[in-house]
Design a protein. Sequence first.
Length: 157
Amino acid sequence: MSRFRCVPMDTESARRFRVTRRDVRGGPVHPRIVDGPGFPCRHCLRLGLPGEEMLLASWDLPLPQGPYWTPSPIFLHARDCAAAVPAAALPETVTANPIVSLRHYDAAGMCLYDLGLVLPGAEAEAPLRERLADLRVAFVNIHTARPGCWLARVERG
Ligand SMILES: [Zn+2]
């Protein structure tokens, strides 16, 4: 079983969305009020609580670079929230999700198709640890499996 750490969106990106209300291509950030499940903040890696204001934005993922690079829709608390401390446990934004996708990449940012997996977020940790034992894996991006939104990055740690 491999050690890992779960990494959130960087604080500078979160601050930029809150201050400018624009993404890096000039697109607007959309305010939303939490009215049910499905509002995972990518900075504190906590779920938005009913009545909280969230921002819906397009974030240019820092990794992978290269052909598999992609932007992702993300939610973020509209208020300042503390960045999640990279931790060796999957956050509630992953474990509460009914179906997530694990996308594994090598150090060059190439997707390791043979390791890809779709499963309930609550069941993701053990297979994730097993796959991190594969030395080809440099990091894993966890996405929601249906809309494909990025949730968190996992690194060996
Ligand atoms: Zn937050």
